[in-house]
Write a protein that binds this ligand. Structure first.
Ligand SMILES: C[S@@+](CC[C@H](N)C(=O)[O-])C[C@H]1O[C@@H](n2cnc3c(N)ncnc32)[C@H](O)[C@@H]1O
Length: 287
C-alpha cells in the first residue's frame, strides 16, 4: 500500500496555491486543489510499489502526477494534448524541484499527446489514471482501448469522473443558472463530451478487455449558503466564461442573453442550499 506523507501533500498544495495567486483563472488547477482530499483517499487502494511506471492520462496541470512523485520513487508520465497546461505543469514541477519535493529516484515527464493515440509503446505502464478526462472525449471506447494497450498484463487502471445524474440541489437554482447550465451541457454533448459518463466508465474498461476490480462512488454533500466567493461557484462561473464563445457560436444562447445570465448568476444573493455530487471511480486490471 502506498505510504502517505502529509508534509509532502502540504508542500505541493502550498506551491499550487501560490501559483494560483498569480494566475487565478486556472480553474482546473484550482479544482484539483479543492478535490485533493478525495483523490488522496483513493491513493491508498492503488497498491503502488516503488519503481512502478505510472501514466497520468489527460494530466492537465499535473495535479495527480505531482502527488505520486512526492510520495513514492515511481516514474510518472503525464500526457495531455493542451500544450499550455503542460507548460504550467512544468513550471510547477521546477518550483517543486527547488523545494526538494520529489522522492529520490522518482521521475516525472510531461509529454504532449492525445488519449486516442498515446505516444507510448505497448505494455509500458504498471498503473494508469485518468481523472475528469473521459467526460470530454468524443470516442471514449477507443481511449479505453489505448489505455489497455499501454498497460502491462497484471497492471491496473483507474478512471475517475463525474455523473450529473448523481447531482442534487434543493431548493432549486435560479433561472439564469439553469439557462447557462443547459447551454453548457448541450455544448459539451455536441463536442462529443458526456456529463453522464460516470455510469459508463466500467463498460468502457470492460469493453477494452480489463477486469473490473472495484467500482466506487465518492459523494460530497453540503448544506450551506452559496456565497459569491464560494469555490464551487467560482469554478462553475469560470467554466461557463471559458465556453462563452463556443456556446454563442453553436447558437445555444445569444451573446446578450449569455452575458446577462452570467452577470445575474455571479451577483445572485446568497441562498442556503443542500447540494450533493459524486465522483465515480472504477479500478480495473489488465489480465
Ligand atoms: C478537467 S481536465 C482534468 C485534468 C487532470 N486530470 C485533473 O484531474 O486535474 C481534463 C484534461 O483532459 C485533457 N484532454 C481532454 N481530451 C483529451 C484528449 N483526447 N487527449 C489528451 N488530453 C485530453 C484536457 O486538455 C484537460 O487538461
Amino acid at each position: 500500500m502506498m505510504k502517505s506523507d502529509p508534509t509532502k501533500y502540504a508542500l505541493v498544495d502550498g506551491v499550487v496555491k501560490n501559483y494560483l495567486e498569480g494566475s487565478p483563472s486556472l480553474w482546473v488547477l484550482e479544482q484539483g486543489l479543492y478535490t485533493s482530499q478525495q483523490r488522496r483517499l483513493l491513493f491508498g487502494v492503488f497498491n503502488l510499489e516503488s519503481g512502478a511506471r505510472i501514466l497520468d492520462a489527460g494530466c492537465g496541470y499535473g495535479i495527480c502526477a505531482f502527488d505520486f512523485v512526492g510520495q513514492l520513487d515511481v516514474a510518472v508520465d503525464g500526457v495531455d494534448f493542451d500544450s499550455e497546461k503542460l507548460s504550467v505543469a512544468r513550471e510547477i514541477q521546477s518550483q517543486l524541484d527547488s523545494q526538494d519535493y520529489f522522492v529520490k529516484g522518482s521521475e516525472l515527464t510531461f509529454t504532449q499527446g492525445s488519449l486516442e493515440t498515446l505516444p507510448f509503446e505497448d505494455s509500458r505502464f504498471d498503473f494508469a489514471i485518468s481523472s475528469f478526462v473521459f467526460q470530454h472525449l468524443s470516442d471514449p471506447q477507443s481511449c479505453a482501448d489505448e489505455l489497455y494497450r499501454v498497460t502491462k498484463p497484471g497492471g491496473s487502471v483507474c478512471l475517475i469522473d463525474a455523473d450529473d445524474g448523481l447531482s442534487l440541489v434543493y431548493p432549486q437554482v435560479s433561472e439564469a443558472y439553469s439557462k447557462l447550465s443547459d447551454a453548457f451541457d448541450a455544448y459539451q454533448l455536441s463536442n462529443g463530451g458526456d456529463r453522464q459518463v460516470g455510469r459508463k466508465l466500467a463498460t468502457y474498461l470492460d469493453g477494452a478487455g480489463f477486469e473490473i476490480t472495484s467500482v466506487l462512488v465518492m459523494p460530497v454533500a453540503e448544506y450551506k449558503g452559496s456565497q459569491t466567493d464560494d469555490k464551487g461557484r467560482t469554478f462553475v462561473i469560470e467554466r461557463f466564461r471559458q465556453a462563452r464563445d463556443s456556446i454563442i457560436e453553436a447558437g445555444l444562447l445569444g451573446p446578450e442573453e449569455f452575458d446577462q445570465c452570467l452577470d445575474l448568476y455571479s451577483k445572485e444573493a446568497s441562498m442556503v442550499q443542500f447540494r450533493t455530487n459524486s465522483q465515480l471511480v472504477v479500478i480495473a486490471k489488465r489480465p
